[in-house]
Design a protein around this ligand. Structure first.
Ligand SMILES: C[S@@+](CC[C@H](N)C(=O)[O-])C[C@H]1O[C@@H](n2cnc3c(N)ncnc32)[C@H](O)[C@@H]1O
Length: 290
């Protein structure tokens, strides 16, 4: 039970020490992470846990994971549990990631929705697990390319994530030229402003997109349905039953005929498939009659 699953010499800055991560410590942290986020870490991820949380141990001046577990287990240590979650979540993202989804939106999904918006209709898009914002800004740019005045109509994008640090970056909307390299230059120049060597999201994007913290395995406070839900590259970290639960919760939140986009290595499964049809690569449409 107390066998070491990972340990190594570390030498960072002024600190030089060795942390012992036992199976029991690994299980304590993995169980807590799972309870709070739905993320499942199997023992093969011990090295990942070691390297990501080793930084926390150093910052806290701790020499072993046992002490870190005791800190996490203290009910008054919400803040450190937050830091543990932030350290163990993967936030990799980029503009127009999995571009076929944005092509599908541009060519199939958005044209009728935006025509309806021009007649006073309501359009709602949800980027669930938006990380540092590249996904919702890509959605916003896809909308604005088709309808430049969309921000002054009832077209809104909700962008949520469990990690408040990446959410702050998303809200700041500041990206390097390199990060924006997938965005066509004319669109970037129109909807981002150059400031201190970076690009900052402009007014139209900011008016359209709202950022909020939301845990996908917790309560969802939204009322009203969405025309599009994009939930990509997050449920891959969840156990299968949690994934099935998430698909089941998305189904009633989508308008009839609405679309769900998921990550390249994810698949919708379970009872939700009664209401969805395959509509392309990792793209699902809710049956108009459902
Ligand atoms: C790999 S990123 C994906 C970002 C974007 N959707 C994409 O595909 O590029 C995964 C994101 O899921 C978030 N996440 C992990 N567990 C979550 C949960 N239970 N609820 C909401 N977001 C979660 C992480 O904080 C992280 O920002």
């Amino acid at each position: 039970m107390n066998a070491p699953v990972a340990s190594r010499r570390s030498s960072v800055g002024m600190v030089d020490g060795e942390f012992l991560l036992t199976t029991a410590d690994f299980n304590t942290i993995a169980k807590m992470l799972h309870a709070e986020t739905g993320i499942t870490l199997h023992e093969g991820k011990a090295t990942l846990m070691y390297s990501r949380l080793g930084k926390r141990l150093r910052a806290l001046g701790m020499t072993d994971f046992r002490s870190y577990c005791e800190l996490l287990e203290n009910p008054e240590e919400n803040e450190e549990r937050g830091s543990m979650i932030r350290a163990l979540t993967t936030n990799v993202t980029r503009f127009y990631r999995e571009p076929h989804h944005f092509d599908h939106l541009r060519d199939v999904v958005l044209p009728p929705l935006l025509r309806a918006a021009e007649r006073g209709g309501r359009v709602r898009i949800w980027s669930a697990a938006c990380s540092s914002g590249q996904e919702p800004y890509s959605l916003g740019l896809t909308v604005l390319r088709l309808l430049p005045n969309a921000a002054s109509l009832d077209v809104r994008i909700l962008a949520t994530d469990i990690d408040t640090t990446v959410l702050e970056q998303a809200r700041a909307g500041r990206y390097s030229t390199e990060a924006l390299s997938a965005v066509p230059g004319d669109l970037r120049n129109r909807h981002f402003e150059k400031s201190q060597g970076e690009w900052e999201a402009g007014d139209a994007l900011r008016r359209m997109i709202t950022f909020r913290p939301l845990n996908l395995i917790g309560a969802w406070p939204m009322r009203g349905t969405f025309d599009v839900i994009m939930c990509r590259n997050v449920v891959i970290y969840f156990a299968e039953d949690t994934q099935v639960e998430i698909w089941n919760r998305f189904a009633p939140l989508l308008s009839p005929g609405g679309y769900l986009y998921i990550g390249h290595s994810e698949r919708v499964a379970g009872p939700a498939m009664k209401v969805f049809t395959n509509a392309g690569i990792t793209t699902y449409q809710k049956r108009p009659s459902a």
